[in-house]
Structures are given as structure tokens and as C-alpha cells.
Design a protein around this ligand. Structure first.
Ligand SMILES: [Zn+2]
Ligand SMILES: [Zn+2]
Length: 205
């Protein structure tokens, strides 16, 4: 596996380039503002092709470069159906945009339990509503890696004050993450990496 993080945009949203070293197939997760050029540069350095664009959720800071990346790679866009509307109509989720964001059309809908393949890598989709209705995490069991979007961070959990939030659903989402092995490495949508074990205080009660 190869894995690169590109904190980009006004909130340092972690765009991710992830892929399979053997097949040189890659996916981008959460193309935040300004992440496209460094991602494409890294991909071309490594001779890898970007075959999928995956979204942990559709808040604007995670999709700001989506139309740019889509136009340059023609890779299909994957999002959970409950977060799809804000991809097509950015700003329709009620969160004010910092700047205009062009719309994009999702190509595939992610569902809980789906397995997205990138070469030999398998990313299991865990639907984790709470921060937004269609929030998902991507779990790669073979690498002991969780890409948690804005559901779980180092030292905190996703903001539940936003118009998209469903606070009542967050507890069950966190409970599901708590079932992963404690040494699972977690890469959140913002900030530093952590592990499931280090955040277990958020899984109580
Ligand atoms: Zn968010
Ligand atoms: Zn975010």
C-alpha cells in the first residue's frame, strides 16, 4: 500500500492519496481545496493512476476540489446517498460556503458494508451518521487502517452543532468504531493521526 496525506484548504482538511503498490492503482479521498495539483504530482511521480474519488462526507471543505479533480482524472465519484445532494448542489446542506464551489455528479453510491477495491486493497465502508447523515469511514483491515473523516479525531469527535448533524446517531456510530482492534491506525479528516485504542474514552456509555 502507499498512502499520502495532503492537509489543504482553510481548515487543513486531509485529502488522501491511497493505493495498491503492486497494481499502481489509486484513489483520492476528500479532495479539499488546492489538493489536486500536489496529489496529481505525487501520482505521476509514482506512476500511479487515480481510478476512484471517494468521499467520507460532502461538507464543502471535503469537496472543494472535487470538480477540478474529476475534470482532470475522469475518475468516478463515490459518496453515500444521504450526502449526495451537497455534491450536486454545494451549499444545499445549510452550511455557508466560504467561496463558490462547482457542483459535481456522483457516479456511485456507497452503502454500509460495501467493499471498494483499489487494486488489491479492500476498503470496507462503515456508515457512521452523526456529523452528517451520509458520513462514512473506510476501513482497511489488512493495513489496520481507518480513514475516519469527521467522525473521529485525535482527542475529539465530529462537530454535532452543524445543520447536518444528527447527534442521536453518533453514539451508535462510535460504538461500531469501538469494535475495531485497538491498534487500528486512524487518519481523521483534520489534524493528526491517532488509534482506536487512544480514543476509547469516546466509546464509553
Ligand atoms: Zn465535516
Ligand atoms: Zn471537515
Amino acid at each position: 500500500m502507499f498512502f499520502y496525506k495532503f492537509p489543504s484548504g482553510p481548515f487543513d482538511t486531509n485529502a488522501i492519496l491511497i493505493g495498491c503498490s503492486e497494481t499502481k492503482k489509486a484513489a483520492v479521498i476528500d479532495p479539499s481545496l488546492g489538493s489536486t495539483d500536489p496529489i496529481l504530482e505525487k501520482a505521476s511521480e509514482g506512476g500511479v493512476s487515480i481510478e476512484k474519488i471517494l468521499l467520507t462526507h460532502s461538507h464543502w471543505d471535503h469537496i472543494a476540489d472535487l470538480h477540478v479533480l474529476k475534470n482532470k482524472t475522469h475518475a468516478p465519484i463515490y459518496v453515500h446517498p444521504l450526502d449526495a445532494q451537497n455534491v450536486e448542489h454545494p451549499g444545499s446542506d445549510g452550511i455557508p460556503l466560504f467561496f463558490p464551489i462547482k457542483s459535481a455528479v456522483p457516479d456511485h453510491f456507497l452503502q454500509d458494508g460495501d467493499v471498494v477495491e483499489i487494486g488489491h486493497l479492500k476498503l470496507k465502508v462503515i456508515h457512521t451518521p452523526g456529523h452528517s447523515p451520509g458520513a462514512v469511514c473506510f476501513y482497511i483491515e489488512s493495513e489496520k487502517l481507518l480513514i475516519s473523516g469527521d467522525t473521529l479525531f485525535k482527542g475529539t469527535i465530529g462537530n454535532l452543532q452543524l445543520p447536518t448533524a444528527e447527534p442521536g446517531k453518533m453514539r451508535e456510530s462510535l460504538r461500531r468504531l469501538s469494535e475495531l482492534p485497538p491498534d487500528t491506525h486512524v487518519v481523521p479528516g483534520h489534524g493528526d493521526d491517532t488509534t482506536i485504542g487512544d480514543e476509547n474514552r469516546f466509546f464509553q456509555n
